[in-house]
Design a protein around this ligand. Structure first.
Ligand SMILES: [Fe+2]
Length: 239
């Protein structure tokens, strides 16, 4: 994952009482303190927006961000909080693209892609976001099995498949994951990896994908995707 970004956490559920992140203010402060001690200076607050589940308004997100920022300053914790949001890709996502909460200071709209959706819906939605003038930033692609390639599932398998079919292998992988990834890249999407994925916190399958994306230079952003102080400790190996 991009090393120069290790002082910025691009994906963090640090705001209290908004989604499945911390419930209390004190936990948010503890998360910020741990991140600061680990060398972070900037944190993007990216609460979920999932229709029917987590739907607080942009105004509430900004209000909570400002409130937490003031508290961090009072306590001398050197973290700058930026606003953001993690949008869930489903049939309702396009309802929000007239005025989304982008990662502050960027054109990036962070979007997570669930595993139970169709490639067609994913393509249509991401294309619509791009056409609107935003940069789709795919959250933790390593956790999205629609994007898996044969190389990720079984390292070396892609080479054998190409050898058996007698081709050079260039652009010949018919795996849907590869095709979708190529589509995203052609559109100019960016990709945010979770640090916990590399550490194996989501299991071997996700870890293998994260390593593959790291090796092939897919990632453009890195984040903790932490939801609690304990998660920050686990993800950053703080003992
Ligand atoms: Fe997240």
């Amino acid at each position: 994952m991009p090393r120069q970004q290790r002082t910025t956490d691009y994906h963090c559920h640090i705001l209290p009482g908004i989604d499945d992140g911390p419930k209390e203010h004190d936990e948010s402060i503890e998360m910020a303190r741990l991140l600061a001690e680990a060398g972070y200076r900037e944190v993007y607050c990216t609460p979920h927006l999932i229709k029917g589940m987590y739907e607080v308004s942009t105004e509430e997100v900004l209000h909570e961000r400002d409130k937490l920022q003031r508290e961090l300053e009072k306590q001398g914790i050197g973290i700058t909080l930026h606003s953001g949001r993690e949008y869930y890709l489903d049939e309702f996502l396009l309802d929000y693209i007239s005025k989304p909460l982008l990662l502050e200071g960027t054109t990036c709209m962070m979007i997570e892609i669930p595993n139970n959706t169709s490639v067609d819906l994913v393509k249509e939605t991401i294309f619509a976001v791009k056409r609107r003038g935003y940069t789709p930033l795919i959250a933790h692609p390593e956790r999205c099995f629609l994007l898996e390639t044969v190389e990720q599932k079984l390292p070396g398998a892609g080479r054998w498949k190409r050898w058996l079919s007698g081709s050079s292998g260039k652009n010949n992988d018919t795996e849907p994951g590869n095709e979708l990834l190529r589509y995203f890249k052609q559109l100019g999407c960016q990709f945010q990896g979770n640090l916990g994925s590399i550490n194996g916190q989501y299991g071997g399958r996700v870890k293998a994908s994260a390593r593959y994306y790291e090796k092939t230079g897919v990632y453009t952003h890195a984040g903790t995707d932490a939801h609690s102080p304990d998660a920050v400790k686990n993800i950053l190996w703080i003992r």
